[in-house]
Design a protein around this ligand. Sequence first.
Ligand code: 5GP
Ligand code: ZN
Length: 114
Amino acid sequence: MAACIFCRIAAGELGTKFLHADADVLAFADLQPQAPVHVLVIPRKHLVSLAQSSGQDDALLGHVLATARSVAQQLGVDTSGYRVVLNTGSDGGQSVHHLHAHLLAGRPLGWPPG
Ligand code: 5GP
Ligand code: ZN
């Protein structure tokens, strides 16, 4: 059994409902939503973070971003707007060490982040 919670989700061990699933990328609702729409988009491959990815992962990273765009369309927030965030490393506030993009929408989002 994988120790990484997102690898476990990707393996289907937690019965997670996926908003998007393909051979390489998954999208599912965040457990503690910070906005009316809060979706996580992850590669199935265990990449620790954006900082610890490499050029070999560029197509996969593009796929993660394109999936965020597609899920935003699917959820009808592409016109109102949204934010895609990759918290990276300690100062970036990353708490789960399996690369993930947050898709946040459904309310005006403040800037700068805390
Ligand atoms: P980070 O702080 O690493 O950028 O974001 C991690 C996110 O993963 C947090 O928003 C947190 O709520 C979410 N999260 C942590 N564990 C789980 C889980 O088991 N299931 C889901 N759906 N989200 C999780
Ligand atoms: Zn993982």
